[in-house]
Design a protein around this ligand. Structure first.
Ligand code: CP
Ligand code: NVA
Length: 310
């Protein structure tokens, strides 16, 4: 039987996603109370990083340790992956030794090929196309601050990148309206957009996209792997900065999120990211709790419970 993977948000159904978010908050409270919860004693997570990371690496490593298990960091520089061992062979071998594998890589197809040949759950730790773990933390953060996101308005300002694609998936899964503002030529992939036509609107004016928004989200203008385009992108995206003037168009109690790392003065002003509407530090912390809930779901599922009513 194929193991359950988490390659995109849509690997969860609506009930699973809601239960996972609720469980993430429960695990956060457990940790705040100083209670030990170690369902993964004896389990090992291999983490393959072909790109840099702070939050993803630390949250998975700390999360596995808190759940009683172990996480192992693998980079192409010092494994045979970097010397051309086929991804399929690596998947067959790693999955005979560990209980789950997290991968951060470039092409999404590398991840799907690995998953096809893995006997154990595979988790997407970011590809060029999707970043679903970040969305678990973002949704948890919204729910903790404002309650259900169903029917709310979310604005994504910036590049039609992996974060934007994952917001499109989230709009469909969690039932919110997403307005995306990107410069012409930097829109999300039409195939991804086409999966959520009732939930997404594409435009090119950030002020229009954030109008009446309950949540404003942005991300870097040049993602990992696009470093050579940085200067050109700075010019193209100059009008796509989330400033206080842009936030003022959203609802007065709108939240601001950014997956981080951020570039103050580029995609977001310091005033906004360090201001009262920003929840970026809660969002970063929730990577830990949401991924612990994900690991529990994939490796040590709780006996069935009803999803929350929202
Ligand atoms: N947001 C995020 O994934 O951060 P890292 O690149 O530091 O893991
Ligand atoms: N879009 C960014 C997200 C970083 C967490 C990137 O892929 O580099």
């Amino acid at each position: 039987m194929m193991p359950k993977h988490f390659l995109t948000l849509l690997d969860l159904d609506e009930g699973e996603a809601k239960r996972l978010i609720r469980r993430a908050t429960e695990l956060k409270q457990l940790r705040q109370r100083g209670e030990d919860y170690r369902p993964l004693v004896g389990y090992t997570l291999a983490m393959v990083f072909e790109k840099s990371s702070t939050r993803t690496r630390v949250s998975f490593e700390a999360g596995m340790s808190q759940l009683g298990g172990t996480a192992m960091f693998l980079s192409p520089r010092d494994t045979q992956l970097g010397r051309g061992e086929p991804i399929e062979d690596s998947a067959r071998v790693l999955s005979r030794m560990v209980d789950a594998v997290m991968i951060r890589t470039f092409e999404h197809e590398t991840l799907t090929r690995f998953a096809e040949h893995s006997q154990v759950p595979v988790i997407n730790g970011l590809t060029d196309r999707f970043h679903p773990c970040q969305l678990l933390a973002d949704m948890q953060t919204y729910v903790e601050h404002r309650g259900s996101i169903r029917g709310r308005r979310v604005a994504f300002v910036g590049d039609g990148n992996n974060m934007c694609h994952s917001y499109i998936n989230a709009a469909r899964l969690f039932g919110f309206q997403l307005c995306i503002a990107c410069p012409p030529g930097f829109e999300p992939d039409p195939d991804v957009l086409a999966t959520a036509p009732d939930h997404c609107t594409l435009m090119h004016d950030p002020a229009e996209a954030v109008e009446d928004a309950d949540l404003v989200v942005t991300d870097v203008w040049a993602s990992m792997g696009q470093e050579s385009e940085e200067d050109q992108r700075k010019a193209v995206f100059a009008d796509f900065s989330v400033t206080a003037a842009i936030m003022a168009k959203a609802r007065p109690n709108a939240l601001f999120m950014h997956c981080l790392p951020a570039h103050r003065g580029e995609e977001v002003s310091a005033e906004v990211i360090d201001g009262p509407q920003s929840v970026v530090w809660d969002e970063a912390e929730n990577r830990l709790h949401a991924q612990k809930a994900l690991l529990e779901l994939l490796l040590a599922p709780q006996p069935g419970s009803e999803p929350p009513a929202y």
